[in-house]
Ligand binder design. Structure first.
Ligand code: SAH
Length: 214
């Protein structure tokens, strides 16, 4: 049952205020926080935690990212309506839902079959329709749909995968946490065929981006 009440909406408004105080300025991102029922992306027994600014376990050893992290990465993407965006690490689908609410055309890759199936079934029930959900290895990106306006990685990457850089449009943005515990939030803007401009934004903590050994 998808149970979304006034109480939940009130908590979302408060969460959006908290994120604003922590430095999120993008009005569309804050509006999406007010609109997406985050509690439905988590096990119902954790409902009370859904609107705190915290990461949370979603099963299969994975987490739903902290709302501040989702908002911060979304803001760095500077999403314009119609942008073609690749997400690595679908997980609970919350970040994916945020990008859909920002009117992007979203392609999202998840390497855990269980999560991939669960989230692919869940998002349409909320009326959230990404362009494509893919079961696969994010290190390879999605060459058949490249180039992308933006690529967002929502797992901690030990290094910046070359295929992701190659699949960006000129002017495109790659937002990726790099390193191991903590990661450094990194923005790469592709300024030319072979040129990239890098900016870093401090420490964040993600579950690791895993490489498939086959
Ligand atoms: N964006 C998610 C965050 C989930 S945590 C959310 O909003 O809930 C990171 C996710 O990345 C996990 O589900 C994990 O299984 C996935 N992941 C890790 N390595 C990956 C890889 N190489 N390719 C695709 N997904 C990967």
């Amino acid at each position: 049952m998808l149970n979304d009440t006034h109480k939940h909406k009130g908590m979302r408004n408060q969460l959006a205020n908290v994120l604003q105080r922590k430095g999120i300025t993008d009005a569309a991102v804050l509006e999406a926080v007010r609109n997406i029922p985050r509690h439905l992306f988590m096990d119902s027994s954790f409902e009370d935690h859904a609107y705190q600014d915290k990461a949370f376990p979603i099963g299969a050893g994975q987490t739903i990212s902290q709302p501040f992290t989702v908002a911060f990465q979304s803001q760095l993407l500077q999403v314009k309506p119609g942008d073609k965006i690749l997400e690595i690490g679908t997980g609970s689908g919350y970040q994916c839902a945020m990008l859909v609410k920002l009117k992007a055309r979203v392609y999202s890759i998840e390497r855990q079959l269980e999560l991939f199936k669960k989230t692919s079934r869940f998002l349409p029930k909320l009326g959230i329709r990404p362009k494509q959900m893919i079961f696969g290895d994010g290190y390879k990106g999605l060459p058949e749909e490249a180039p992308f306006d933006s690529i967002i990685v929502t797992a901690g990457a030990p290094f910046i995968p070359k295929p992701l850089m190659a699949q960006l449009k000129i002017g495109g943005r790659l937002v990726i946490p790099v390193g191991s515990d903590p990661q450094i939030m990194t923005l790469l803007v592709r300024t030319g065929e072979k040129e990239f401009e890098k900016t870093t934004f401090g420490e964040f903590r993600f579950v690791p981006m895993l490489e498939d050994k086959n």
